[in-house]
Structure formats: structure tokens, C-alpha cells
Design a protein around this ligand. Sequence first.
Ligand code: NAD
Length: 270
Amino acid sequence: MSDTAPIVICGAAGRMGRLLVGLARDEPTLRVVGAVEAPGHPRMGEDAGAVAGGAETGVLIGDDVAAILEPAHVLMDFTGAPEATLRHVRLAVERGAALVVGTTGFDAAQRAELSALAARTRSVVAANFSVGVTVLTELVSTAARLLDSSFESEIVELHHHSKRDAPSGTALALGRAVAAARGQDFEHTAVLAREGLVGARRPGEIGIVALRSGDAVGDHTVVFGGLGERLELVHRAQSRECLARGALRAARWIGGQPAGLYTMRDVLGL
Ligand code: NAD
């Protein structure tokens, strides 16, 4: 692995994209070599560093990933547009470039396609790149295993009012961690909304509730409710920086790995 990981950021003028550009600019082990936006974006042609706020990087925002992507690059996708993400992933596989995918909101078929494609090159895909959430997921798995099924699991997430998908990819991942630890099929036990006369809670249900309010970066609470006691595991992101820092850590790490689909657990060596 070279000392400096060359990264191409897709969604470079978005909230995550600007953070990634700004943090990478100050990080000697990373080099922004490409910044890509949706065709017609108002910041097209501007310096990615200036768009991120601060010093210029010398990299202008363009709309053609294919024109810049090389095998040594790490393509980071935070477009929030699953169809575009899948196009970027196909291109990275064709070129042999590495991938860090943070976009969420894939439907089941898109998720399956993403996993199959991403495994063909060096890829880290995570619904949440925060180190704290990665450890939370481990703790949730352990709690789900240690507590018997009389401790009923419910998940509450809170995000800012602009978030487009619900529930969050992180809440779904936490639900899947509970289901996996308890040998359940998540798709059949998850209950994503309750309304009206739904009757008593079915044994084994994993309820997930999404709240949208203000500028909350992302809170996740996993509740294990027993009889006379309740265990709650909580993570609160105080700024989006933890997500961007985690994604950049993944970008540095993935360059030296053999082809395969990795998670933040792998990046942290858990
Ligand atoms: P955003 O809307 O602020 O930014 C997305 C950017 O992508 C926009 O500037 C948009 O113009 C651009 N874009 C859209 N289509 C594109 C295309 N075809 N090519 C290039 N650029 C394109 O959104 P955001 O808050 O930065 O979040 C982006 C995505 O990342 C969402 O799916 C969000 O849920 C996810 N996210 C994941 C993590 C994580 O840790 N995995 C953290 C934060 C956000």
C-alpha cells in the first residue's frame, strides 16, 4: 500500500462529501484526486476544497467518474442516490478500484446487487462509519445473546429533518444484529411501524421506530425490555465528523486488502 491513499469522492458537494474533502485535505495519508457531483449541480467546475470551505485542493468538481477513476483509487460514494451508487460500484469493479460506500436507502434487490458487485473488488460498505456505532453493534449482539428472548428488543432512531430514508440504515443493521444473535430471520420479525389496534406484541418482534426532528445528526437506542428491568444501549453522534473520519479510516485501510466485501468491524479489527 502506498503512503497516500488517492480518493475520488462522489457527492463531493453534499454534506458528507464536503466533510470528507475538508478532512482529507488536512490528512497527509490521503489525497483527494477526484470530486464528482450530479450533472447540472450548481457547484460544478468549482474547486472541491473551496466548496468544502477553506483552502483549495486543486481538484475541480466534475460529473464524469469514468474519466478519472484508476485502479489505484478508492472511490467513496456518499451520493444518497442508490442507482448512481450502483453505477459507480460497477465502474469501480471494471477498473479494479477500491470502494468505500456510505450511501443508504437501497431496496432489497439493490442491496443484494451492491453486495455481489462490491465483493468483486476491495470494498468497505457500511450504513454507519462511526467507530462508536460499530462498537455499539458489537455490544448489541452480545446483549441479545446474553439476555434470553424474554428481553424484548426495540430500536429507536432520531435523525435530522432532511434525511430521506427511514428507518436509518444503522437502525436496520442493529435490528439485523439482534436477529442474527438470536437466530431469527430479521425480514420476518422486524416491525417497522405500529398503528391502530395491532394487538399484543408478538414474541420475537424487533420493533424499529424512526423520529425526524431538527438537525439531529443521528441517535440510536436499542432497548431490551424484560420484566421489572430494562437494558438500553445508546449512541449519539454529536457531529457528522465521526462518520466522515470513520469513512476516511476505511479508505486508508482498504487499499492494502485483498478483494472482498468488508465492514467497519474488519476496519477496526474486531
Ligand atoms: P446530501 O444530499 O447532502 O449529499 C449527497 C450529494 O450527492 C449531493 O450533493 C448530490 O448532488 C450528490 N449526488 C447525487 N447524485 C449524484 C451522482 N449521480 N453523482 C455524483 N453526485 C451525486 O446527503 P448526505 O447527508 O451527504 O448523505 C449522503 C448519503 O450518505 C445518504 O444516503 C446518507 O444516508 C448517507 N450517509 C451515510 C453515512 C455513513 O456513515 N454510512 C453517514 C452520513 C450519511
